[in-house]
Design a protein around this ligand. Sequence first.
Ligand code: ABC
Ligand code: CA
Length: 488
Amino acid sequence: ASADDWTKRSVYQVVTDRFALGNGSSPSCDTSQKKYCGGNWQGIINHLDYIQDMGFDAIWISPVVENVQGTTTEGEAYHGYWPQNINSLNTNFGSADDLKSLSSALHDKGMHLMVDVVVNHVVANPTNTSSVWPETFDYSLLQPFGAANSFHTQCFISDYNNQTDVEQCWLGDSGLPLLDLDTENSTVVDTMYSWIKNLVSDYDIDGLRVDTAKHIRQDFWPDFASNAGVYTVAEILIGNVTYAAPYTKGLDSVLDYPTYYAVYNAFTNGTSGNMSTIAEMVNQAQDQYNHGTFYVGSFVENQDNPRIQSTVSDQAIVKNMMTWPFINDGIPILYYGQEQGYQGGNDPANREALWLSGFNTENKPLVTHVKTLNAARKQAISANSSFLTTKASFISQSSSTSTLAISKPPFLTLLTNVGSGSSSSASWSIPSSAGLYSGKETLVDVLTCDTVTTEDDGSLSVSASGGLPKVLMPAEALSKSGSLCGSQ
Ligand code: ABC
Ligand code: CA
């Protein structure tokens, strides 16, 4: 599917090993052990309703290819990011038929499949820790590469300010080296181009999350993308828009890391968090990225970063942060378990087993929150035919650094980092000069179904209640029959 198709969707990110077992069992799963816990593709198939009922219409799954086997110094390859044979599948997750079944089960439900792909490196356990590169590895396991000359000369990345280092030295360390493929070598390059073409077509994949994209030269990517022929979103792990921007030319877009850091810092430092940096980052990205921020993947949690609730417990703050990906320009991505209030910290603690929640959605306020946000975004898309192509804009809240007002019609979203404490308060004011509304217009906060009315001149003043976010939509933009405050 194309990038434009993906903009209408919202994505649920699954760590395949940690989502569900195909046989329905619920074994214990100690994340600190860094071992396979048993999740597989059949397990995902069995729980697609859980995902779809929250309003998601796409999933992103872990890398699917065969990984290094056994235990490494960093545990087992349960996350899938240590490829060994790119022409075989990871049998811990199932068979080729299982992956095809997952793809077709998704398509039968009108959902898309995004697969995570690793092109930068492969992994083999060192055969002899006292030997030195290139003798250290059994290259015959590393298929289809098979020899030391498919790899860059060993050196570990030491200087992230030196782009040649970042591209041609290795991730990992001497304990667990990630063998860096020589992506300047035309045989390696052609192998990867035909591999991605076949992978996409064999499993009818709709989109790709491209791992470690900043670790390969930029001009590798355009031909990779055209061989893939589907939406590609690159992982460029960086807090800097200017660094990330060029990758939005070769690939469709990037995971929106710069804004992620701005959001995380704005909301997890009490009221000293600076909300205006979010606006600055988005404005930079809108200016510098190809296609602006329309094709970015927007998230507040993932497998590499601590969960929100490992840092903040105030549910008002959590709900503000979770609202962000759904109301700005990008494609919303929710990391599995966030809806269940999971609290794991840094890798590996943030990779908890979802089955331990029992897939229970009753009395789960964050499940309700996500459901409402997905429904609101769908309603916004249908109420305003230019919603997906209108840039989000920020309405200056000069009296406070603790509030943010974002307009993306029909949404006016009001966020705050004051939290739920009784002593804290926040309010937003939208001047008539913003030109958003006419006089005496009724707006509905779709998170509560409460209404507010604009002044005669179209201006608006709103106070927060309990530090909660507000997602306001004109009453007339809500469908009378829809489930979203439909009776307004
Ligand atoms: C394992 C252990 C960890 C241990 C680590 C050394 O080894 O589990 O406990 O600390 C996979 C596994 C991991 C595993 C790694 C390494 O492999 O999932 O569990 O860690 O064996 C992707 C994936 C990630 C995956 C891999 C490898 C790559 O999302 O899940 O990890 O295929 C770099 C890469 C990035 C990579 C990330 C983990 O490492 O660029 O692609 N993610 C700076 C650098 C970044 C760097 C980051 C973390 O540090 O610029 O390039 O990411 O090392 C911002 C700055 C940024 C800065 C961040 C931290 O702060 O602007 O520059 O990032 O403000
Ligand atoms: Ca590389």
